[in-house]
Write a protein that binds this ligand. Structure first.
Ligand code: CS2
Length: 502
């Protein structure tokens, strides 16, 4: 849903005042919302945050916490604030699978801000002593880093802007640095930075980026952020498709109140967090979060198995004409292909977390992808591939090549991305490619013309995505050329079925 909907005036709007009208079965905040103090500022208040971290915090509030209400900020558009502010921050979270659905009203978001409208109000909130956590879901590209190296992209237009005008930032790193600088100047201890995006060693990455940005302003501030601020790594997991008009209508029919922006998700959720918070935290373990010493094995497992499979399904599935992940999973060959991708090519590269039952984890993933009640568009997952494939596919490919092991399924997935970003589908129709590098990708594809060899070489030449060693690896080059030729020759549907048995 990209536009706030037009609501029917005859139906009351979800709000604190209309909570009493909800049918008895609908779970709602039973705690006193007015007494909750803001303790978390969240940057990037999209559907994922509202289905995941905000639901865990809502559970903590139900269990008696009072100090961790969320102030949610959007760094770009006002849509979420426009939808939720008239609802006192309340929204419906619907969990859905083949067995049925459950709806609950989440009350943990108490204020909403739109950063471009009020950068100073956001910085002021981030500088308040009672705010002890700043969490983020700004998507991979929101960190303004180079996906191949994980270093700050110093020429990124938002970073240049934030260096020129540090008091009026635009980027997430710019807001973090300025707010940490203000706290330091005022003698207020730093907040913990809690990155909840699907990036490898996400806390470490955000520490590197923000301390670098700070160091470009002032070396001392850079050292302070690198050494005195806590950046625990996390693994976050919940499948959250974009909300549709049909979802909104279904919520209204069920609850009898209009919710401008409900969120629909699966029953499953997982949050693994390194227990390294400088100024306290909610008792998230009581809501089922796993507090651990080292999140890395969980993160790698999830990025390579779940997100790697997701991106493979997104590119190959959409090329084969499947609109949703569940439809792709039901098509011949896809489930077997993903099973082989996970078991044969990804699993040997993992350092499995202690006590994790990998076989059960992978079977659950196949069931979650096949969830017929979620309308998760392959196109949604295909977005921003340049920012996603390094950790989802390339890290696995690198590990396999180091072991001299075959990579045919990984190569087919990578070739699927190449075919997808060339911008023309198998029926000759234009693909709406959304990616920070969409223009360059398209230009490279146009210049390559009909030759898969040339397309592979030019895309592998993009240093922001592929490092020189990987791009020059003869096994990789051969496998991707073969896979892309197959895609051109027989189409994605048949290629997947063929590669499923390789
Ligand atoms: C998806 C993820 O859109 C995407 O790129 O792969 O959002 C995925 O649904 C989540 O990471 C699941 O935890």
């Amino acid at each position: 849903m990209s536009q706030p909907p037009v609501l029917r005036p005859s139906v009351p709007r979800l709000s604190a005042a209309s909570l009493g009208r909800l049918p008895p079965g609908a779970a709602r905040p039973a705690y006193d919302r007015a007494s909750q103090r803001v303790g978390i500022v969240h940057l990037g208040i999209g559907a994922f945050h509202r289905a995941h971290q905000a639901a865990f915090v809502d559970d903590c509030m139900r269990a008696g916490e009072r100090d961790w209400a969320i102030l949610g900020a959007s760094l770009r558009s006002p849509e979420t604030r426009d939808a939720l502010a008239p609802q006192d921050g309340l929204y419906t979270l619907v969990e859905r699978d083949a067995e049925g659905e459950r709806a609950r009203i989440i009350g943990s978001v108490s204020r909403l801000l739109v950063a471009p409208e009020a950068p100073d109000a956001l910085l002021e909130a981030m500088s308040a002593p009672q705010v002890r956590i700043v969490s983020l879901t700004v998507t991979e590209k929101g960190y303004c880093h180079d996906p191949a190296t994980g270093e700050l992209h110093e020429d990124h237009p938002d970073i240049r802007h934030d260096l020129a005008m540090p008091g009026l930032p635009r980027s997430a790193p710019g807001f973090l640095v300025e707010a940490l600088a203000r706290r330091r100047a005022a003698g207020i201890p730093p907040f913990t930075v809690l990155c909840c995006d699907n990036l490898p060693a996400n806390g470490t990455l955000v520490r590197r980026i923000t301390s670098r940005l700070a160091g470009l302003r002032d070396a001392d501030l850079g050292h302070f952020i690198a050494n005195e601020v806590a950046f625990p790594c996390t693994m976050v997991d919940r499948i959250v498709p974009a909300t549709t008009e049909a979802d909104r209508d279904a919520v209204e029919a069920r609850l009898g109140v209009a919710d401008a922006w409900p969120v629909v998700t699966e029953p499953f959720r997982q949050w693994v967090i390194e227990d390294h918070f400088a100024g306290g935290r909610p008792r998230l373990e009581e809501a089922g979060a796993q507090l651990v010493a080292n999140a890395a094995p969980y993160e790698t497992m999830k990025l390579r198995l779940l997100n790697g499979s997701h991106s493979s399904l997104a590119y190959l599935g959409s090329l084969a004409g499947h609109e949703t992940v569940a439809q792709a999973m039901a098509a011949p060959g896809f489930a077997a292909f993903i099973r082989g991708f996970m078991d044969i090519e990804v699993t040997p590269t993992l350092d499995v977390p202690a006590h994790a039952d990998l076989a059960a984890y992978k079977s659950a993933l196949l069931r979650r992808f096949a969830n017929p009640a979620l309308h998760h568009r392959t196109w949604q997952i295909a977005m921003d591939g340049s920012q996603k494939i390094p950790q989802r596919l390339l890290a696995t490919i690198r590990a396999r090549l180091a072991d001299g092991a075959p990579i045919s399924r990984l190569a087919l997935a990578l070739a699927g991305w190449m075919r997808f970003v060339s911008g023309i589908d198998e029926q000759g129709r234009a693909i709406d490619v959304r990616d920070p590098f969409a223009g360059r990708l398209r230009a490279l594809a146009d210049a390559a013309g009909p030759s898969p060899e040339v397309l592979v070489s030019s895309l592998l030449g993009m240093r922001e995505i592929f490092d020189t060693g990987l791009a020059a690896d003869p096994h990789l080059v051969r496998a991707v050329r073969e896979a892309l030729s197959t895609l051109y020759r027989i189409g994605a549907g048949r290629a997947v079925a063929q590669f499923a048995d390789k």
